[in-house]
Design a protein around this ligand. Structure first.
Ligand SMILES: [Zn+2]
Length: 472
């Protein structure tokens, strides 16, 4: 294989990011649940849920909160609906355990991203089922997982499964725009409803299945990179553009941005990322395996690093990154404006401190007159990979997919999990939907978003088995 081909092949492994393989005994779930019926009901509810338009902006998540609220009412499930701003709904529902162990939270967001109707072959909010796929905005991100979580709650309640932990369903608004009016609002205003939860399941898990359907890895994601969205404002004397001013706001800003473009942040191999890469080794040819097993040393080798960074996703895991995305100067061609603004999307490796990063940016742009303000930034924490939650997933995986290993992907993006990790809740990305890529349609935020019908109903059961195992 050419180096390019070899690293293209390797790059498909990066999505796996294995941390360790666990073996533990298996246990069958309780037989009193009639799975054929539950899965059919899950499918019907999912189709109805996809019809609820919660496009953010504006959100209107209250519709989804009420959708779940109605079912809770019918089933006698304790629940509360919140609407901190008109239309922005969040739902909390709970099935009680005996309190011997701390609660589990099943977190999902109710909102979906906008769509472009002309690129869709079906009605976006019809929930249509065609050729074995269920279509609709949110089919992947993340109404399918939200419904798997809800049906889990429903099944636990109906079967009166004796639980040691409370199981809390939390459907929140606004995740697609940062979560301030959803998860962010909830943890600030109602932390008491989480009752010192120990664990949380959220989106952000990545499974790896080869095209023949062989399951290689089930992901339980312990961490993600953290956004440090920054606004850079340059100022300068305004005037008529017929008389150029070398120190104009626009010129200053462009010089600063040019320096940023030329800058490559240093490699920082954080422990959670190191662990993820190391554990990929068993899936590689022997020569590569030895290198990845020793990645902390190998990464000092410029040739190894060059080849590793052939994959932009791998590159983003070992460095802070900078994407210049928004620019604003004059609104007239012949006017030199008093200010020019750039908004840049920078992302930090887990554990990086914002203050240090801003100091680094300042030293790169070498212009103290440019103001740097954070627009969105928070601490990036990691959850442990040897917790009872990970053990529970591994036990169920062992039974369902005996050949698969447990991987621990670190996301380059971010989810609402950070709000809960900040409170000390061990939070993980986990998806129960296990299928080759083609079965998962165009995926997150894509056109004709869809999920295989079989993949969905099997996932509902998989998710239930994991939660039951952890809560019983
Ligand atoms: Zn999502």
């Amino acid at each position: 294989m050419t180096p390019a081909r070899r690293y293209a092949a390797l790059s498909s492994l990066y999505s796996i990011i294995i941390a360790f393989a666990i073996s533990t005994e298996t246990r069958a779930s309780e037989p009193k649940i009639k799975w054929d019926e539950v899965q059919q009901e899950a499918l019907n509810l999912f189709v109805e849920y996809l019809k609820v338009d919660t496009t953010n902006p504006p959100g209107n998540e209250i519709r989804a909160a009420q959708f779940f609220g109605e079912i809770c009412k019918r089933e006698g499930i304790e629940h509360k609906i919140f609407e901190p701003l008109p239309g922005r709904g969040t739902i909390w529902a709970r099935v009680r355990g005996n309190g011997n162990l701390r609660p589990i939270v099943l977190l999902n967001h109710l909102d979906v991203v906008p769509h472009n109707r002309e690129y869709w072959s079906v009605d976006v909010f019809s929930g249509v089922i065609k050729d074995g796929f269920i279509y609709g905005r949110g089919a992947m991100d993340m109404k399918s997982l939200g419904m798997a979580q809800f049906v889990t709650l429903l099944a636990l309640k109906r079967a009166k499964v004796p639980l040691k932990r409370d199981v809390i369903f939390l459907g929140t608004a606004d995740e697609e725009a940062g979560g301030l009016h959803g998860a962010g609002w909830f943890v600030k205003n109602h932390p008491e409803l989480l009752e010192r939860a120990e664990f949380l399941f959220n989106e952000g898990g990545n499974n790896s299945v080869d095209p023949n359907g062989r399951v290689l890895a089930i992901g339980v994601g312990p961490s993600e990179k953290t956004p440090a969205w920054l606004r850079l404002t340059a100022t300068g004397e305004p005037g008529h553009a017929s008389v150029p001013r070398p120190q104009s706001a626009v010129n200053r800003l462009l010089r600063a941005l040019n320096r940023l473009l030329d800058y490559t942040p240093p490699v920082e191999l954080t422990p959670v990322v190191e662990q993820a890469f190391k554990a990929m080794a068993p899936l590689m040819p022997p020569e590569q395996a030895a290198k990845f097993a020793n990645i902390r040393e190998m990464i000092k080798d410029p040739e190894f690093l060059r080849q590793l960074e052939f994959d932009p996703g791998a590159r983003a895991l070992i460095r802070n990154t900078i994407s210049i995305t928004m620019l604003e100067g004059s609104n007239k061609i012949n006017v030199i404006p008093p200010a020019a603004i750039a908004e840049i999307d920078t992302r930090l490796v887990p554990g990086e401190k914002l203050d240090n990063w801003i100091a680094e940016i300042k030293s790169v742009i070498k212009d103290d007159s440019i103001k740097i303000e954070p627009i969105l930034a928070f601490e990036a924490n990691a959850s442990p990979i040897d917790s009872a939650l990970v053990t529970a997933v591994a036990a169920v995986v062992k039974k369902r997919y005996p050949e698969a290993i447990i991987s621990h992907p670190v996301l380059t993006g971010f989810t609402d999990s950070h709000y809960f990790r900040d409170l000390g809740v061990m939070s993980y990305g986990f998806s129960p939907f296990v299928a080759p890529p083609r079965e998962l349609g165009s995926g997150y935020h894509g056109n004709d978003e869809r999920i295989g019908k079989k993949t969905f109903v099997e996932g509902v059961r998989f998710f239930y088995e994991v939660v039951e195992r952890l809560a019983k």
